[in-house]
Design a protein around this ligand. Structure first.
Ligand code: HEM
Length: 178
């Protein structure tokens, strides 16, 4: 008897900008974790104050790449292909609760439904990941401002800590005022 061969089809799912976002994000997060850990253990590693400031500056530069890349992806969610759009990423929309129940039931039975793009539960996971990335970006930018007086919040931080007679723009990180 002739055996049936499965029929395979190729689907173009993730568009180029979404792939670029993904891999730039991977590299930026790994870089931030790596340099962040060195900053965290700077004393144990015997790093000088100047070295620490340099590391923080490098961390913030990688942080800007991370933030800009994330902002780009948030905008691309309005223009990208059908799978990259928010409609296909965020949970909700007509029939979503039913789709989640059907997906979970099939998964538990051991026959997960195949989806092109994110499955209904995957959409929840991706949304949580995006929210966490936005929180990391926002808190990182605040720290860059308060710790190193870097934009976009550095100007406010410097104006807040500068003594009345001191021009905030002349403040340098870790400078001890008289
Ligand atoms: C995946 C994202 C990120 C991770 C995993 C991460 C990780 C870390 C770690 C482990 C530290 C050391 C904590 C400490 O010494 O208390 C740190 C510090 C710091 N991070 Fe990040 N970071 C991320 C994103 C960012 C971003 C986006 C920025 C800014 C653009 C940023 C700016 C800073 C600054 C300025 C510090 C020094 C803060 C201080 O010593 O007070 N980080 N980060």
């Amino acid at each position: 008897m002739k055996q049936m061969q499965p029929e395979y089809r190729t689907y173009r799912v993730w568009d180029a900008p979404t792939r670029w976002f993904h891999w730039i994000n991977v590299l930026a997060v790994l870089g931030l974790i790596g340099v962040g850990l060195v900053i965290l253990f700077n004393r144990d590693l015997g790093i000088s104050l100047d070295g620490k400031i340099t590391l923080k500056t490098i961390h913030v530069i990688i942080g800007y790449v991370f933030v800009l890349n994330l902002l780009w992806r948030l905008v691309w969610g309005f223009f990208g292909n059908a799978h990259a759009r928010w409609r296909a990423v965020l949970p909700g929309g007509p029939g979503y609760p039913r789709a989640v129940r059907a997906y979970a039931a099939a998964f538990v039975e051991g026959h997960p439904q195949a989806y092109v793009g994110h499955n209904p539960l995957g959409r929840l996971a991706v949304t949580v990941i995006f929210l966490l990335l936005v929180v990391l970006a926002a808190t990182g930018l605040v720290r860059a401002g308060t710790d190193l007086y870097y934009p976009p919040f550095g100007g406010f931080a410097a104006a807040f800590v500068a003594k009345p007679a001191v021009d905030p723009e002349t403040l340098a990180p870790y400078e001890v005022g008289s």
